[in-house]
Write a protein that binds this ligand. Sequence first.
Ligand SMILES: [Fe+2]
Ligand SMILES: [Fe+2]
Length: 207
Amino acid sequence: MSPDFHRESHYLRGMLGLKLATDPRWANIAEKSLEEILTDHAFCEQKAATSGISLIVHHSDKQDIVDEVTPLVAEEWGHFRKVLKELKKRGLVLGRQRKDEYVNELLKLKKKGSNKEDNLLEDLLIFAMIEARSCERFRLLSLHVEDPDLRAFYHEFMVSEAGHYRLFLDLAKKYHPADKVKARWEEILTGEAEIMRNMELRGDRVH
Ligand SMILES: [Fe+2]
Ligand SMILES: [Fe+2]
């Protein structure tokens, strides 16, 4: 593997905690199926907005959730619109939503909590996980795709999803003891790395 790949891995372990880095060559594969990856990306944003709304509805008694997730939902919907605009600009169209294998596998990691508070922790950490991996993927795209406009486009998402990753982890710590959050986060990171190891690296999917 190239020294670049190791630099990437090191950076991401430090920043996002990911236990398995994506091969940066993935970005060049993705660029070859732009319509598909933009479509998949658009639906990732839609799902992020939808999940945020559900979180607010289910935890409307928690002021910090309502206050902080509401602007996040607006931002994710803004992302959806940005991806649509990018498709249009390039004469491409939004295709149909595909099965989200990555998220389906991640959801299997969720402990079926016996109470609402434990369920909230599971949800917040799974959301943080999706943001972290998305951030890693957008970063690779922002560094390695050939089109400079696309690099700038993905850079913006990278920054924004990094903020969301942080926000979900901070919310988890607001409602649960820090050591409990840390221990469970480690387990989820390990489980996610295992999922990634077993998934085919596809250029037409964000994850
Ligand atoms: Fe987003
Ligand atoms: Fe996000």
